[in-house]
Structure formats: structure tokens, C-alpha cells
Ligand binder design. Structure first.
Ligand SMILES: Nc1ncnc2c1ncn2[C@@H]1O[C@H](COP(=O)(O)OP(=O)(O)OP(=O)(O)O)[C@@H](O)[C@H]1O
Length: 333
């Protein structure tokens, strides 16, 4: 991969690492093996079907489509690809004019290769525009194929879904993110300790874009990646602090858990920040399975209430009280 072998240059800080290290071959995309291998087959054999790539942000959907289009079309990329994302106007007029005109355009391509229309963030297209796409997709299917990337496939209207092969992406595992971080760390000669990378992986929560951005932000700010610097830059509740709260609940020290919570709240973290970190800590906490499931259920309910607008300190204290009660009941049983 050309881009990942580029070492730090004097103006290397000008380019966001997410762009500098964007894989340009399908084989270089980390994780989601099933999805990536399907795309590899298409890259090898051509005859790309209409595609919907759906999944959480920062998992490589746009990167995969771009890499696939490059591999399929090579030097014809410029003429044979129309790329539209949420920053472009993609209303019904664009579908009727720009996309249709592109589909009608004559481009000489090798057999089994087609022009490609890439619609990034397709779930933000109006349903009118999506409706207008239906016929265009069919009429020009002998010369033009569509690739739609979105976070939620259900926001794509059914008739379009039925015309496309769905490729699902899921959040990347910690190991997958680590493997990519190591490539960047080595290429950029970033000084780090393993706990620093662990902290980056924790804050990224399966999102590669977030991981690379946090790595670059920590490096630019402190020139050294350790746990403390990462949490300073990312400004999330410190997981050790939250872990301590859970530990106190499990030990029956409700007051200590509450004072830990108060400290976080006084530092200015929002209830959403706190509960998101709390959920992730509980998910990975070493405790009895049934207790963990109950804790996750209660945390989920409290998160829902916070999202509904009841994001008070009392809400979080109430949650700690509920968790303590769950633990007491489980102990008594
Ligand atoms: N699976 C991956 N392997 C390697 N790098 C990745 C991967 N996923 C994301 N990245 C990195 O993160 C950046 C953003 O990825 P990309 O634009 O493909 O995300 P996306 O899934 O399309 O997200 P969104 O839904 O927000 O558009 C890329 O430039 C790349 O550097």
C-alpha cells in the first residue's frame, strides 16, 4: 500500500492521518472479512452489481467503494465515476439531470466493467430523490452501476434495497483497530506506551476514523501517546474512574460510588458522556454473567431516559441505586 509506507514528512501534520492512511486497495481494508472478501471478488471479476454498503461510521464503507472503483476502472476512474456525497446537492433534480446525464454518457470501458455512481451518505437523500433513482438504475443497468453507502440501510427505500446487493459493515474489533494503529504509529514514528494505544482504542469504540484522529490529536498536542494524554485530548470520563464506581457498587459501597459520580459530574461531563462510558465499562467488566446483563439493562433504560431529556445528576444517582439493588437481590438469591 503506497500511502501507509509514507513516513512522516516535514509537512506531514497538514494532512489528516485518516486521509493519508486511507487504504487504496480493497485488500488493505481491515476487518469485516466477509464484506471485504465479497468486494475482492467483484474487484477481480468485474461486473459489479448495484451495492448498498451499510454500517456504523468510520468502518471503511466509503474507503471500500473508492478502492473498488479504482481497482475496477484504473485509469478510466476520472471519466467513469460520479461521486456525490452529502455535501453535494442530491435532490430530485440532481437525480433527474446530473445522474441521468452521467448514465447516458459514452465511456469506452473493457468488457464486464461499468460506469459507477457513488452515493455516499445515501440515507440522507430525500425519499423523492430515491424514488427518482429507481427507474434510472434499471434503464441504464447495462452501462452504469450504483454504490450507495449509508449508516442505516432501513432509511433507503425498499424498491432501491431490492435492486441492490447489501453489504453490511460492523464496528471494528479492538484487535483490528490496534493492527491499523500500529501501521500508522510506525510510519509516523509516534512515541507511545501500550496503555496509550489501549486508551485510544477505548475512546474510539470500534470507529477507525475516531481512533486515527485521536492518535493524531494526542501526538500533535503532547508528542507522546500515553493514557493520561489521550484522555486529556479526548476529554471523556476516565475509564478507571468509572470502573471504580462499578467496583464500589459491586462491593456495596453505594456512597463511595455516588461521590465518584459527583466528582465526574462536577468536572463538567454530561450525563450522556458518563453513561456511555459506564455502559462500555460494564460490558467489559469481569463479573457474573446474569449480573452483567441486569446492569446493562438498567444502564440502557437510564440512557434512554437521558436521551428523552431527563439528563440530571439525580438520574445517574438513581441508576447507581438501581444497580446496587440488583446486586443486593442477586446476592440474596
Ligand atoms: N476498515 C478500515 N481499514 C483501514 N482504515 C479504515 C477502515 N475504516 C476506516 N478507516 C480509516 O478511517 C477513515 C474513514 O473511513 P471511511 O470514510 O471509509 O468511513 P465510513 O465507514 O464511510 O464512515 P461514514 O459512515 O462516517 O461515512 C479512512 O480514511 C481510513 O483512514
Amino acid at each position: 500500500m503506497a500511502s501507509s509506507s509514507t513516513s512522516s514528512s516535514s509537512n506531514g501534520y497538514d494532512i489528516p492521518w485518516v486521509e493519508k492512511y486511507r487504504p487504496n486497495k480493497v485488500t488493505d481494508i481491515v476487518g469485516n472479512e466477509d464484506a471485504v472478501s465479497r468486494l475482492q471478488v467483484i474487484a477481480r471479476d468485474g461486473n459489479m452489481p448495484n451495492l448498498i454498503l451499510s454500517g456504523p461510521p468510520g468502518t471503511g464503507k466509503t474507503t471500500s467503494i473508492l478502492a473498488l472503483a479504482h481497482e475496477l476502472l484504473g485509469p478510466n476512474y476520472k471519466d467513469a465515476v460520479l461521486e456525490l456525497n452529502a455535501s453535494d446537492d442530491r435532490g430530485i433534480d440532481v437525480v433527474r439531470n446530473k445522474i441521468k446525464m452521467f448514465a447516458q454518457k459514452k465511456v469506452t470501458l473493457p468488457p464486464s466493467k461499468h460506469k459507477v455512481v457513488i452515493l455516499d451518505e445515501a440515507d440522507s437523500m430525500t425519499s423523492g430523490a430515491q424514488q427518482a433513482l429507481r427507474r434510472t438504475m434499471e434503464i441504464y443497468s447495462n452501462s452504469t452501476r450504483f454504490a450507495l453507502a449509508c449508516n442505516t440501510s432501513s432509511k433507503i427505500i425498499e424498491p432501491i434495497q431490492s435492486r441492490c446487493a447489501l453489504v453490511r459493515f460492523s464496528r471494528l474489533s479492538d484487535q483490528e483497530i490496534l493492527s491499523r494503529l500500529m501501521v500508522v504509529v510506525e510510519a509516523e514514528k509516534v512515541p507511545y506506551v501500550p496503555e496509550g494505544l489501549e486508551a485510544i482504542i477505548f475512546t474510539a469504540d470500534g470507529d477507525m476514523r475516531q481512533a486515527l484522529n485521536n492518535l493524531q490529536a494526542t501526538f500533535s498536542g503532547f508528542r507522546f501517546v500515553n493514557q493520561e494524554n489521550v484522555f486529556k485530548v479526548c476529554d471523556q470520563p476516565h475509564p478507571l474512574h468509572v470502573k471504580n464506581m462499578v467496583h464500589n457498587v459491586l462491593q456495596g459501597k453505594f456512597d463511595d460510588a455516588c461521590s465518584g459520580l459527583k466528582q465526574l459530574y462536577d468536572l463538567g461531563y454530561s450525563p450522556t458522556d458518563i453513561i456511555t462510558t459506564l455502559f462500555r465499562i460494564i460490558k467489559n467488566y469481569d463479573m457474573a454473567e446474569y449480573l452483567k446483563l441486569e446492569f446493562m439493562k438498567e444502564t440502557g433504560f437510564a440512557h434512554m431516559r437521558i436521551c428523552d431529556g431527563v439528563g440530571s445528576y439525580l438520574q445517574l444517582c438513581g441508576l447507581l441505586a438501581k444497580l446496587s439493588l440488583v446486586r443486593e437481590t442477586a446476592k440474596a438469591a
